[in-house]
Design a protein around this ligand. Structure first.
Ligand code: CU
Length: 409
């Protein structure tokens, strides 16, 4: 019996140790920020910064954790007037920590507190201020929460489909009239002494993907998609604007929508376009067998008129696979004898004033041999290679490449 109790305590101990992965973040609430728009104009913003002196970025800092992590977000309100909260949109957070004013706490000027929750499900979520939220969200108080699969596995969720690279977009709009007419000291209507201000009719003229438009998007390596043939891209898309988004993918990307709002979809559906309403998030797998130099369109659709009022374009580039097996032979590389035992000769057409580097990879892509070359004909001898197929790659200092295969038996 004693033995069993000890084993039981040991098991609980192991479990507790595993569960105690803590992730800490700090979000500073500010109302004196600004955003530089694509045309060089600026707009006043509210937002979340990570340092006291930082202009709050839009969207706010990415909160990235792994499934199973315990998350602690210290929030400090240094803004002059309005109280703020952080609502964890879509996350399974208890009432006290979910930032909804009626049931959770709010932070007044110079107050701070820590939001605590456990990231129970891998997925894509949004955080935003929930005080006077229509205004404060438009002003920029929002960001993404990315919960990766347990142990940061490169799968869409724990045990879900694999991916090679990952991108996250949070879409929104800016009506500059709102930003210019809302005072930094605006108070929520639930507060005593609140100021009354008239919100203009919503008529945004700036349409954002990750806080950027037009040429700003094209210059943003975190937003533009770059990958290789047959590699899987996992794209997370969220919408925190007041308009619906229709995202259209080039058909060569074979878009597959696999998850929504932090949960896997019961069935995968293939579609070149996806509708994302305010507050929604989707996960999309993209993969192309061809090279591609195209764009993904993001339309912003007025939900009253159902008309598309603007389109932003996000470049997508799929290049040739960088696998050794697919490198072209640019010149006449000879390897003989082939198959070989331990000794073999290599010869190729020499270019003048160029140094060469010889590499040999096995079929698992592991580098097995490397040598600097000064001549175009030489013997490799005295090295015991394991039996099998090798990819021989000779790279010239001019960028030219020769490749071939060698069988060692
Ligand atoms: Cu707020």
């Amino acid at each position: 019996m004693k033995k069993f109790i000890i084993i039981y305590i040991l098991l609980i101990g192991t479990f507790v140790v595993k569960a105690q992965v803590k992730k800490n973040f700090t979000l500073i609430m500010r109302t004196t920020g600004y955003i530089v728009l694509y045309d060089g104009d600026t707009a006043k913003t509210f937002g979340f910064a990570t340092k006291l002196s930082q202009n709050p970025p839009i969207p706010g800092p990415l909160i990235e954790v792994n499934e199973g992590d315990s998350v602690f977000v210290l929030a400090k309100n240094i803004s002059q007037g309005p109280p703020h909260t952080i609502h964890w949109h879509g996350l399974d957070v208890d009432q006290a920590n979910d930032g909804t004013p009626a049931t959770s706490f709010e932070l007044k000027h110079m107050e701070e507190a820590t939001y605590k929750f456990k990231a129970t499900h891998a997925g894509t979520y949004i955080y935003h201020c929930h005080m006077g939220d229509v205004v404060h969200v438009q002003m920029g108080m929002y960001g993404l929460v990315v919960v990766k699969a347990a142990n940061a596995a490169k799968t869409a969720w724990t045990g879900g489909p694999n991916y090679d690279s990952e991108y996250a977009w949070l879409n929104s709009e800016i009506d500059k009239k709102w930003h210019d007419s809302i005072p930094e000291t605006d108070h929520d209507s639930t507060q005593k002494g609140h100021e009354i201000f008239m919100i203009p009719k919503y008529n945004p003229t700036y349409f954002l993907v990750n806080g950027k438009s037009k040429q700003q998007i094209k210059a943003d390596s975190l937003t533009c998609i770059k990958s290789e043939q047959n590699k899987t891209i996992y794209l997370r898309v969220g919408n925190i604007g007041n308009m619906q988004n229709r995202i259209t993918f080039p058909s060569k990307l074979n878009a597959k929508i696999i998850d929504s709002d932090g949960r896997p979809l019961p069935t995968v559906f293939s579609s070149d376009s996806i509708w994302v309403s305010p507050g929604e998030r989707y996960g999309v797998l993209l993969q192309s067998s061809d090279i591609l130099d195209d764009s993904i369109s993001v339309e912003y659709i007025n939900m009253n008129t159902h008309k598309s009022v603007a389109t932003e374009w996000v470049p997508v580039t799929i290049t040739k696979t960088n696998s050794i097996a697919e490198i072209n032979v640019y010149n006449n590389l000879q390897i003989f004898p082939n198959p070989a035992k331990d000794n073999f000769y290599i010869h190729f057409n020499e270019q003048k004033n160029i140094k060469y580097n010889l590499t040999m990879y096995n079929t698992s892509g592991i580098l097995c041999f490397e040598k600097q070359l000064v001549h175009n004909a030489f013997e490799i001898a005295g090295i015991s290679f394991s039996k099998g197929l090798y990819f021989v790659v000779i790279t010239g200092s001019d960028g030219g490449q020769y490749s071939g295969k060698l069988l060692v038996d």
